[in-house]
Design a protein around this ligand. Structure first.
Ligand code: SF4
Length: 242
């Protein structure tokens, strides 16, 4: 059960494997592509149906997260299609790095997207995730044709992304899809779960990075959402004038 993984109460499926290697990843065990459990579309539907009354009461549904769910786009598209056929709302939690040829079919059956923006600067993005920004930029381009809603998320790191310029540049990045963006969540970086690194015997690059003050992150979240709303109003005034 998830309460923060899209609208309402949701059943969340975590798909194994991620092409990114975020320094702060709280689930490093989800990065490799060798999962120990396979499921079918029928099993997804069967599981989801058990919790249907919660979705109906809260406006919830099913979320596919990861790892990176878009890496298994073919399966996600099939599962989302079947969920929609069963009247269950679908949400994709993604960082925008997946198998491109499946994007169109996934988006066709997706109601809501949680899109994680890691960084706005090429060099810093590469340092933080091990990947350049081509993937996220391409995915945002593809979202121009998406008909659902998008919630943007950013994990704020103290002394790295906690500044107003960062907020303004996130807005620039999503400018082309601003009408679909319902809100932007600024998630304070926290240290919970980092013991997994020692259990897996891999170094934790963010050992020395302190947790982000949630109250400060909230100030940035209020700022960026107020600017988003202003931009939307200006855009609709402009369209009326034209
Ligand atoms: S995108 Fe998510 S799962 Fe993948 S490495 Fe980054 S934090 Fe971990």
């Amino acid at each position: 059960m998830g309460l923060v993984d899209g609208p309402g109460i949701r059943t969340v499926f975590f798909l194994q494997g991620c092409p990114l290697k975020c320094s702060y990843c709280h689930n490093p065990d989800s990065q490799h592509f060798m999962g120990d459990k396979r499921i079918t579309v029928d099993e997804v539907i069967e599981t989801a149906n058990r919790y249907r009354e919660y979705y109906d009461a809260s406006g919830g549904g099913v979320t596919f997260s990861g790892g990176e769910a878009l890496m298994q786009g073919e399966f996600v598209a099939e599962a989302f299609k079947a969920l929609k056929k069963n009247g269950i709302s679908t949400c994709l939690d993604t960082s925008g790095y997946g198998v491109i040829r499946h994007y169109e079919s996934v988006l066709k059956y997706t109601d809501h997207i949680l899109l994680d923006i890691k960084h706005v600067d090429e060099a810093e993005h590469l340092k933080l995730t091990g990947r350049n920004m081509d993937g996220i930029k391409h995915f945002i381009d593809v979202l121009s044709g998406f008909e659902g809603k998008v919630t943007i998320r950013h994990v704020m790191i103290p002394d790295q992304t906690d500044h107003y310029e960062m907020m303004d540049r996130i807005l620039e990045m999503v400018n082309t899809i601003q009408k679909k963006v319902d809100k932007i969540e600024i998630l304070p970086y926290h240290k919970a779960g980092t013991e997994k690194y020692s259990q897996l015997n891999i170094p934790y690059k963010f050992e020395m990075v302190p947790a982000m003050d949630p109250a400060k992150a909230q100030v940035y979240e209020s700022y960026i959402n107020a600017r988003l709303e202003t931009m939307k109003i200006m855009e609709s005034e402009h369209l009326k004038a034209v």
